[in-house]
Design a protein around this ligand. Structure first.
Ligand code: BES
Ligand code: ZN
Length: 635
């Protein structure tokens, strides 16, 4: 595929030109022009931003834990082209009672034809209004939100609510233009039951909240324009502990000390990231450790990364996940994929950056181990999507007509990271680092496309050197399936001994003859993944007993063990799998495990069905929907 023609006009420029041209010089400063290309059309949003677009969202919402709805208003600032009569928003399962202007005059609105994945367009007749007020409530089953009963929390006494917006779920609780290319500043006033605390991915103006009759009110402000999937909320029995001057951790009281200990190096990590690619631009960087049903390892909500409690291994061995979410403060949150077809611009850049942070924090060998595990994950992802000739192994995807989730595989993460590492090693680290730092500056607070990145790379790194571009193979990397021959595979020196040990063990040596006492988490994972999927029950029992794999609280090791055990139809692991799958809802662990069980036919299917029936009610919709599809589950 050839690079699409770049159209160097921008919506901003177009809108500005349509407006008062004579005021050119006095107009408020606009962001630098963005290269808009054909592939910047977001097929996962109903919005038509070239006609009318949302600039600011102001939420005034009450969380009702009895009915499990949020309800109130969203007041939107709309910027329009001169002849625009209406604005189109995204919505899904929202109950909209009315839409008004700020004087309370009703504005006509309609919900149009939609579908299961995208929801419905909400079209509002503006009648000249520049601000509109949508009065609405979310549905009790809103896909972004999970309402937890007290028993699903660490404290067991109070309920909990959290949201997960990426990729296109925020439209189930916020009526706005839900497209990553349409950045919006926002603020919120949130009323919660008086014993609970609300936090959001924004500046917290009232950390203690303010009393109102029968509730507490919390106010938030995000004055930088962000992609709307990054608006996030959590409400629960939350407390805070400072880690450094601009870092800290929010969680339930029972989790606070453990969390603060695990992430004690957070402040240093922010500084390490800044040392690589420039200033952290969001003010504070806090973590929120959620209840175990949180469907992801982490989610990079600005100023407040949301985290699974399964990263709390008790030995700080899984902090690369924090490095990852922190790196998104540049790649993803500052420079954002314009559409989900270019998800790799978020995740590939972030996975690369994550590895550089880990190198700075823990040295080259640890970084090599993580990158080497990533390489295996990439190979696995290729297999999962149908082999390295599948179009789904391209970095730039075409997800039109599909759920954006379909494109969210390790191809984007790991092939993306290997691509950037390959550029790094081709041009030299010094030159590459200077380029990448300047890239984040040039595109700060803007959407980006593959075509835009290539154009920038040509201009600001390759300097028109066609031979160098050919050597890297830029377009092949982005627009062709598989991995180009020049891919840099970082290998961990220490893995040689681990692979040796795996060979010895599978050849019949007992686990006790292997001195694994100094192995890191990454080495343990490598060992388990290196074992053949055919071992004897005695070998598996030996492994399990020697290293307590079936009961380890380290999620990565537990997962690697269970995948091995299930592939071997190892009966005693069924109880451990059940415990693991009902105790947490992280999709990355849950989905492959159910898939592996399912693959084991008459042995695994009944186990999967039994465990899923028990576990499913505890999962967030993100995890439940994925596993439903895989198991063909019906209520
Ligand atoms: N942004 C992602 C999570 C995500 C991806 C949410 C796709 C919705 C759709 C986050 O940064 C992430 O990648 N999390 C990973 C951890 C990371 C260390 C690979 C996860 O959840 O496992
Ligand atoms: Zn990520």
């Amino acid at each position: 595929m050839t690079l699409r023609k770049i159209v160097s006009t921008t919506l901003l420029a177009a809108l500005a030109a349509c407006g008062s041209a004579k005021n050119e010089n006095t107009a408020a400063p606009q962001a630098a022009p963005v290269l808009f290309t054909e592939d910047a059309k977001d097929t996962h949003s109903f919005a038509r931003p070239e006609e009318a677009r949302v600039r600011h969202v102001s939420l005034d919402l009450t969380t009702d834990f009895d009915t499990r709805v949020v309800q109130g208003t969203a007041t939107l600032d709309i910027e329009t082209a001169p002849d625009a009569k209406e604005v189109v928003l995204d919505s899904k399962s929202l109950n909209i009672s009315r839409v008004t202007d700020t004087e309370g005059r009703a504005l006509p609105f309609a919900l149009g034809k939609g579908d299961e994945v995208h929801g419905q367009p909400l079209t509002v007749q503006l009648g000249g209004a520049k601000k509109i007020v949508v009065h609405y409530a979310s549905a009790p089953g809103a896909a972004a939100l999970q309402w937890l009963s007290p028993s699903q929390t660490a404290g067991k006494k109070l309920p909990y609510l959290f949201s997960q917006g990426q990729a296109i779920l925020n439209r189930t609780w916020i009526p706005t233009q839900d497209s990553p290319g349409i950045r919006q500043s926002w603020d919120a006033t949130i009323t919660v039951p008086e014993e609970l605390t609300a936090v959001m991915s924004a500046e917290m103006l009232t950390p203690e909240g303010e009393e109102t009759d029968g509730g507490r009110v919390f106010r938030f402000k995000m004055d930088k324009p962000v992609a709307p999937y990054l608006i996030a909320i959590a409400v629960g029995d939350l407390t805070f502990k400072e880690i450094g001057p601009r870092t800290g951790v929010w969680t339930e009281p029972a989790m606070l000390e453990k969390s603060a200990w695990e992430f004690a190096d957070l402040e240093k990590m922010v500084s390490a990231a800044e040392g690589l690619y420039g200033p952290y631009r969001w003010g504070r960087y806090d973590l929120l450790v959620l209840p175990p049903s949180f469907p992801f390892g982490g989610m990079e909500n600005p100023r407040l990364t949301f985290l699974t409690p399964t990263v709390i291994a008790g030995d700080r061995s899984l902090v690369s996940l924090i490095a990852h979410e922190l790196a998104h403060s540049w790649s993803g949150n500052l420079v954002t994929n314009a559409t989900w077809d270019d998800f790799w611009l978020n995740e590939g850049f972030t996975t690369y950056f994550e590895n550089r942070i880990m190198e700075a924090m823990e040295g080259k060998e640890r970084a090599a181990m993580l990158a080497d595990l990533g390489w295996s994950d990439m190979e696995q992802a290729f297999t999962d999507v149908g082999g390295s000739r599948s179009k789904d192994t391209q970095l730039h995807l075409n997800l039109d007509g599909r759920d954006p989730d379909d494109g969210m595989t390790n191809v984007a993460y790991e092939k993306g990271a290997v691509f950037l590492r390959t550029i790094e090693q081709t041009v030299g680290r010094e030159k590459w680092d200077a380029y990448l730092k300047s890239y984040f500056d040039r595109f700060a607070f803007q959407p980006q496309t593959s075509a835009g990145f290539i154009a920038d790379l040509r201009k600001n790194l390759l300097g028109g050197d066609a031979a160098l571009e050919k050597k890297i193979g830029v377009e092949e990397w982005i627009y062709q399936p598989g991995v180009p021959a020049n891919a840099v595979h970082l290998k961990a020196a220490s893995f040689a001994a681990i692979d040796q040990a795996a060979k010895a063990f599978s050849g019949g040596q007992p686990a006790s003859s292997i001195d694994a006492s100094k192995w890191s988490t990454q080495e343990r994972v490598r060992f388990l993944n290196a074992l053949p999927r055919r071992l004897t029950p005695a070998q598996l029992a030996d492994l399990d007993a020697t290293w307590k794999l079936g009961s380890t609280g380290n999620g990565e090791i537990r997962f690697a063990w269970l995948m091995l055990a299930v592939a071997n139809r190892y009966d005693p692991a069924a109880a451990s799998a059940e415990q693991f799958l009902t105790a947490q809802g992280r999709r990355k662990f849950v989905s492959p495990l159910f898939e592996a069980l399912e693959k084991q036919g008459e042995w695994g299917k009944p186990i999967a069905a039994r465990i899923y029936a028990k576990a499913r009610p505890g999962y967030h919709s993100v995890t439940a929907v994925t596993v439903d599809k895989m198991l063909g589950w019906k209520a």
